[in-house]
Design a protein around this ligand. Structure first.
Ligand code: SF4
Length: 160
């Protein structure tokens, strides 16, 4: 099983109620399993955007940072609950690979928004990306994939 951020597969689950259609991933969707940590954490669609404050996803997992939405409401519990629900899927299905949406406070693997809601990005990972990486899942962002690489990932996953 290869997990993929649901919004990349055309599902309208992002905070705005829209999606982040990725043409390549959508063509291979029959090999992929859609997950959305924020929906899994019982956040509604649409919802106010949220950003990590005072640290990245690793810090949130250790209780040293939090997630606030644009209205100042603390949604850290939802983000942690969603991440742990995705980890349950990982454990039950021995998932080794996930392809997660770049820059998201849940799914981002290399960069996240800086907490100021001004569009600035900083190095860091989202809460779910951090939890999956800490549990041995190889995480890619959609920006790291071309068709050859995706085909290799799918083939390797089928051999396991
Ligand atoms: S939590 Fe991840 S899958 Fe869900 S909308 Fe945000 S980026 Fe997409």
């Amino acid at each position: 099983m290869i997990l993929v951020s649901s919004c990349l597969l055309g599902n309208r689950v992002k905070y705005s109620g829209g999606s982040n259609d990725n043409e390549l991933l959508m063509r291979y969707s029959h090999y992929l399993t859609a997950i959305c940590p924020e929906s899994a954490g019982h956040l509604p669609i649409p919802r106010p955007p949220a950003e990590l404050q005072e640290g990245d996803g690793k810090a949130v997992l250790r209780g040293r940072a939090k997630v606030l939405n644009k209205h100042g409401e603390d949604v850290t519990v939802n983000f942690l609950q969603g991440a742990n629900r995705i980890l349950d899927i990982v454990k039950k299905n021995r998932v080794r690979v996930a392809i997660l949406k770049a820059n998201s406070p849940s799914c981002g693997k290399d960069m996240i928004y800086d907490g100021s809601f001004s569009g600035n990005k900083i190095d860091g990972e989202g809460v779910t990306a951090a939890l999956l990486k800490e549990n041995g899942v190889k995480v890619y962002s959609e920006n790291e994939l071309d068709e050859d690489k995706l085909q290799r990932i799918i083939a390797m996953n089928q051999e396991e």
